[in-house]
Write a protein that binds this ligand. Structure first.
Ligand SMILES: [Zn+2]
Length: 224
């Protein structure tokens, strides 16, 4: 056992991981509570203006998925929840028919600006993307799509205004790495789709071929 694994085991012994939902010992989400998630068993095609399709594992509805996402993205920032959230996406892929074969795709996370990264300590989309890349045996590309400017808050903006608001927020480096390539673009929650659409637009413009979005959950318009 490596020193870091040993340290993790000792920490687990001292501070056992508790299920976020029922406080049972063993992991951040116990199998019983995992089974309560309403993971969709069908894939409905969701093509956008700049995306060929988007996959969502479940609706962003109900307390449990919101608890998971909040504990991941906001204090206490449980980074390890990336694994649970990826398992939700993988469960959706395993359950549903009509899933594309993702061979020869490259995994790219929606990037985070530096200030946000410093506050959270990690990019939530990148952590989920890492698990998905592992699962599909695809490479993870972090050096191409970057966030150069912070997003002005999008709440209360019309979809047209959201689009304008996001122009110039993302940029591409090392474009040769994605020329003619198919991309799986990963984010945590798909809200209005404007962020993913804008990422899709700059990726296409830089020469990417097909772009498919993947998000854990899709927000329902009108729900908080
Ligand atoms: Zn539980």
């Amino acid at each position: 056992m490596s020193p870091s694994h040993l340290a993790t085991s000792i920490l687990d012994l001292l501070f056992p991981r508790l299920c976020i939902n029922c406080q049972k010992e063993g992991g951040y989400l116990c199998p019983d509570c995992f089974s309560l998630l309403e993971i969709s068993d069908i894939h409905q095609k969701h093509p956008g203006k700049n995306l060929n399709d988007v996959y969502f594992a479940l609706p962003y509805k109900g307390l449990l998925i919101k608890k998971l996402v909040r504990a991941f993205k906001y204090p206490p920032f449980i980074k390890e929840l990336a694994q649970t959230l990826s398992e939700i996406i993988i469960a959706h892929f395993q359950m549903s028919s009509n899933v594309e074969n993702f061979k020869k795709y490259i995994v790219v996370p929606v990037p985070l600006e530096k200030k946000r990264m410093k506050w959270r300590g990690f990019n939530q989309a990148e952590e989920i993307a890492r698990h998905l890349a592992n699962y599909f045996k695809l490479s993870l590309l972090l050096s191409v799509l970057v966030k150069t400017n912070p997003t002005i808050p999008q709440v209360n903006l019309s979809s047209k205004k959201r689009e304008e608001n996001l122009r110039g927020v993302f940029s591409i480096k090392n474009a040769q790495l994605i020329q003619g390539k198919n991309i799986l673009l990963v984010d945590d929650v798909y809200t209005t789709g404007s962020t993913m659409e804008e990422c899709g637009r700059v990726l296409h413009q830089a020469g990417a071929k097909k772009i498919i979005g993947i998000a854990v959950a899709r927000a329902i318009p009108g729900e908080d």
